[in-house]
Design a protein around this ligand. Structure first.
Ligand code: NAD
Length: 361
């Protein structure tokens, strides 16, 4: 009985993913025209996750790359069957305005370059998916949201977990108050970072644990509680003053939501943690590991989750394409959502600077 109910709820919660799961018909697929994506920055995430995902997407496809490294351009041309006119560098990127094959520019650069390339893409008349965190701070994020409006184009953030079944199910269970009202959220995302010379450890690049992985916990608290925090209190801790000279190593923070609901959160570049927990009046939801590309697991007080592994990046890019063409919901992955997270990140940093002072968001 429980199992039947659960399967039914999965079908409902995956309703928005129908196009990539084989049910439903899209204008795009019936016309056999996919939206064209240009990847800007061919680093780890673009190479290992987005490019393979784009081989499986049904509503969009790779139509250009933007890179500063000629050897990468050569390799990608070969691997992805790209022509010369589909290869850009950072200087001639703006000429993408003339390329009608490109509908969406996907910015996968270090965080300090997000705003510039997003605004340039809007000026070229393209929609944008920008990786998380969308900017260096809320001021920049607001400028990006404004630029989208001015260009009459749409801005999305690389929030892939909104399309992941464990997370969709926990959103549904919380929204429907399946275990009563939410009382408390707990979450953490951290890992032990390697190479001490990488941009993730440099302040000018928007490095640090909170910007890199803490943002997932802010997101998870917001989309399960489905309210906005009114205040944050945060503390930062360092055990390696050399490696973490410029950026945060470990931050714990609390977010106060209306009606006394609290989220207790951790992020770290020196300790591994990867979970979310929602305590409600009559039960709980736990997802652990919670934020990776696969291998997620979870259970409630009553049953274990049994969801298929999905390609989150493919579902996300297809979901956005479906939204752009057919008006289907993009599941809260737009620039306004990213801006809310940046305001919270700013407040957390302010609280850390003031030794745990309560900061209104
Ligand atoms: P990366 O360092 O592997 O790649 C960055 C790319 O930017 C490289 O190709 C590099 O050559 C290029 N680049 C251009 N100018 C540069 C400069 N001045 N300095 C350094 N690099 C420069 O990083 P990544 O892991 O691919 O991350 C890129 C973005 O994607 C970041 O914003 C990150 O937060 C985000 N990301 C998101 C996820 C996710 O799950 N959504 C996962 C990983 C990374």
């Amino acid at each position: 009985m429980e199992r039947r109910k659960f399967t039914r709820s999965l079908t409902t919660s995956l309703g928005a993913l129908s196009l990539t799961n084989g049910f439903g018909q899209s204008i795009l697929s019936s016309q056999n025209k996919k939206l064209g994506i240009a990847l800007v920055g061919l680093g780890n995430y673009a190479t290992r996750q987005l490019a393979p995902a784009l081989l499986t997407t049904k509503l969009c496809e790779l139509k250009a790359i933007v890179t500063g490294t000629p050897s990468k351009a050569k390799q990608w041309k070969k691997n992805h069957d790209l022509k010369d006119h589909q290869i850009y560098d950072y200087d001639n990127f703006d000429t993408i305005v003339n390329n009608e094959e490109i509908d969406i520019v996907y910015v996968v650069l270090p965080n300090n370059m997000h705003k510039d390339f997003t605004i340039r893409a809007f000026k070229a008349g393209k929609h944008v998916i920008c990786e998380k965190p969308m900017a260096m701070n809320a001021q920049e994020a607001a400028e990006m949201v404004a630029a989208a409006k001015e260009a009459n184009r749409e801005l999305f953030v690389g929030y892939r977990l909104h399309y992941e079944p464990h997370h969709r199910e926990s959103i549904r269970l919380c929204r429907e108050e399946a275990f009563g009202k939410i009382k408390f959220f707990e979450g953490g995302f951290g890992f032990r970072i390697g190479n001490p010379n990488q941009w993730r450890l440099k302040k000018a690049y928007g490095g640090g644990a909170l910007m890199d992985v803490g943002i997932y916990v802010i997101q998870a608290a917001r989309y399960t509680i489905e309210k906005e925090p009114i205040a944050v209190t945060a503390s930062g801790f360092k055990t390696d003053l050399v490696k973490f000279k410029e950026v945060d190593e470990l931050i714990t923070w609390q977010m106060e939501f209306p009606n006394g609901v609290v989220a207790n959160c951790t992020t770290s570049f020196s300790a591994s943690t990867n979970h979310l927990y929602v305590a409600a009046e009559n039960g709980f939801i736990r997802i652990s590991p919670a934020y990776g590309y696969g291998g997620l697991g979870g259970h409630t007080r009553k049953y274990k989750f049994d969801f298929p592994q999905v390609n989150q990046q493919a579902l996300h890019m297809d979901g956005i394409s479906d939204h752009l063409v057919n008006g289907v919901s993009h599941l809260n992955t737009d620039g306004e959502e990213g801006l809310k997270d940046m305001k919270i990140i700013d407040a957390i940093f302010t609280s850390v600077e003031h030794e745990g002072k309560r900061i209104l968001v």
